[in-house]
Design a protein around this ligand. Structure first.
Ligand code: 5HY
Length: 245
């Protein structure tokens, strides 16, 4: 099966890292298409970034559909455009926050999310609520590390994140850590060795979730709100997003 793993920001080094994390857990027979839009924000750290990342994300969903993808992963912890992507795709679409939180709930009584900037924690709580995970989510912690600092070799990001994860275990009583950024995917194993509890990377969790759904022959229900979008014209910069007709 082909799994379309989309980094909704435009930073190619992060897309490569995300692709490597997905391929590391993909089953034999699974091919990963890791891609990012050519338009939009270099990183997603605000509601403005998130809103303007969605058209590029949807273009990559359409490109994955054209390539025959069995399912799609939205590899950004805000799960931007997830609902719109589900309207476009024939197969299942899973966000990394959604997959990571559900996966963490299998592994302990409670998890803490460790993310980048404080200003994104509200969004993480909103998603925990949407996914019915507030009973498991002990805390959402921020390291105040800009997303693109994760792309700087040798930066102290790894150490800062590891220390925050340790505080989550000690102070929040977290049995499990959820990494709150796709750009942290490569840090998962080393952090787990240092903090001594399971650490969940959403890219890996979402990739395996798509494999599982496809293997069960399951896809998004098109009964109502996730039916394909009604045909209509789009104008101006978005004219090429015209649907149907
Ligand atoms: C992410 N931003 O996973 C989110 C992380 C965040 O560009 N990729 C991004 O801070 O919300």
């Amino acid at each position: 099966m082909l799994i379309n793993v989309i980094n909704p920001n435009t930073t190619e080094s992060m897309t490569e890292k995300i692709g490597a994390a997905a391929r590391a857990v993909a089953a034999a027979g699974t091919t990963v298409r890791a891609a990012n839009p050519t338009m939009g924000p270099a990183s997603i750290e605000s509601h403005y970034d998130e809103a303007l990342a969605v058209p590029g994300l949807l273009e990559q969903i359409a490109a994955g559909e054209a390539a025959g993808a069995a399912g799609h992963v939205v590899a950004c912890f805000g799960d931007p455009g997830l609902d719109a992507a589900r309207e476009l795709a024939r197969g299942p679409v899973v966000g990394i926050a959604e997959a990571a939180m559900h996966t963490a709930s299998f592994l302990g009584r409670g998890f803490s999310v460790v993310t980048t900037l404080g200003r994104t924690t509200g969004r993480a709580w909103e998603l925990a609520h949407r996914y019915g995970m507030t009973g498991f989510c002990r805390n959402v912690r921020a390291c105040e590390i800009p997303v693109l600092d994760l792309e700087i070799p040798g930066s102290n990001a790894r150490e800062t994140i590891t220390q925050e994860c340790k505080r989550a275990v000690e102070d929040d009583g977290a049995d499990v850590i959820v990494l709150g950024c796709a750009g942290m995917a490569d840090l998962c194993r080393s952090i787990a060795e240092q903090v001594g509890v399971p650490v969940v990377d959403g890219v890996a969790a979402a990739t395996k979730t798509i494999e599982s759904l496809v293997a069960q022959g399951l896809a998004t229900s098109t009964r109502s709100e996730y039916a394909p979008p009604p045909a209509k014209d789009y104008s101006g910069l978005l004219a090429r997003f015209t649907v149907g007709g």
